[in-house]
Design a protein around this ligand. Structure first.
Ligand code: GLV
Length: 355
């Protein structure tokens, strides 16, 4: 049963009469998000939460969407026209992620549905993880860990044991120098690296502060010792890293990707790693997630992998959950949500106070 958060009182000639109970907006939350955000959502909304660890099947999302004013979604939920068709009351999708390629934003905008995300708070955490991947693959940390754990360390020290590549002083090529790419560039400066970046927008602040140089993609791939990818998944970035580009890389170079899996053609990457076109790769994201255990990439030693956890620190995930709540509250209070990704929607459904 819906709880009331506001009583509407109408005055008639004799007395005050309760005539209506304005109900709280209904929100379906597709997973247990961190408590800091969930608590607020539960207090302010009539909320239902999918209780399982695995995502709700699409038909559950469709069925739940039928009767809600808002969805709080994860990047693994496909929120498309099929969901919108089933959801006549849906007004906002508040996503817990900076990326929102799982949501058909164009379709949402057309229907007057607001879409929000959680940028900014995860920038440094995600850049830290790109750096973790880069260091891990260059210095063979995962192999070294297994080496010790499995009892292969039988000689105390040997000059060629698990040699990797130096990070300091090398050249890093950053593909996509937005918030996260720029934060990776800052870290590279601390390692005295030469910084190249590719971006559709020039980034004079990076050039001035860090001495970064803007390069075309081919030059960046040719000259970098580490290529780190930080672009959103768009039609234009699908398989941006393909066979042709991998072939441009140095045999001693490494590819790092913690943006979106489909930006890299995994079949081409497998060939590049297997046939030694490049030295190694580190991926936090895959074309299909979870990646199947028989993904050929997982048979290789020169790759470090993680299960899409770049923003997974306790602090950051809590802040992201809080932002999900803030975006919802702003919308229902009649304010522009702080992280609106489709501002054109304001023309389709002007803001109005709903609680
Ligand atoms: C995670 O991948 C995000 O987009 O926040």
């Amino acid at each position: 049963m819906r709880k009331c958060n506001k009583l509407m009182v109408i005055k008639n000639s004799a007395n005050f009469q309760l005539v209506n109970c304005m109900s709280k907006p209904k929100v379906y939350v597709t997973r247990e998000i961190p408590e800091r955000g969930l608590k607020i959502i539960k207090e302010r909304f009539d909320a239902e939460v999918w209780p399982e660890y695995a995502p709700p099947p699409k038909d559950v999302i469709i069925q739940k969407a039928r009767d809600v004013d808002a969805l709080a979604s994860l990047l693994s939920d496909k929120i498309d026209a099929e969901v919108f068709d089933a959801a006549p009351k849906l007004k906002i999708v508040s996503q817990i992620a900076v990326g929102f390629d799982n949501i058909d934003v164009k379709e949402a905008t057309k229907r007057g549905i607001y879409v929000t995300n959680t940028p900014g708070v995860l920038t440094e955490t995600t850049a830290d993880f790109a750096w973790t991947l880069l260091m891990a693959v260059a210095r063979r940390v995962v192999e070294a860990d297994k080496y010790v754990h499995t009892g292969q360390w039988r000689v105390g020290w040997h000059p060629s044991m698990l040699s990797g590549r130096d990070v300091y002083g090398a050249t890093i090529g950053i593909v996509g120098a937005g918030r996260i790419g720029s934060a990776v560039a800052k870290r590279a400066k601390g390692f005295n690296m030469k910084i190249l970046y590719y971006d559709v927008i020039p980034r004079p602040e990076l050039e001035k502060k860090l001495g970064a140089k803007r390069a075309d993609l081919d030059t960046l791939f040719r000259e970098s010792d580490f290529v780190s990818v930080h672009v959103p998944l768009l039609k234009q970035t699908y398989h941006l890293i393909n066979e042709e580009r991998l072939k441009l890389m140095k045999k001693t170079a490494y590819l790092i990707n913690n943006s979106r899996g489909p930006v890299v053609d995994e079949k081409a990457l497998y060939k590049a790693l297997k046939e030694g076109w490049i030295a190694g790769a580190a991926l936090d994201v895959f074309e299909q997630e979870p990646t199947p255990v028989d993904n050929p990439l997982l048979t290789l030693d020169n790759i470090v992998v993680a299960p899409h956890v770049s923003s997974a620190s306790h602090e950051t995930r809590s802040k992201m959950a809080e932002m999900v709540a803030e975006n919802l509250i702003a919308f229902f209070e009649g304010r522009t949500p702080p992280n609106l990704v489709n501002p054109k929607v304001l023309e389709v459904r002007p803001l109005s106070k709903q609680f």
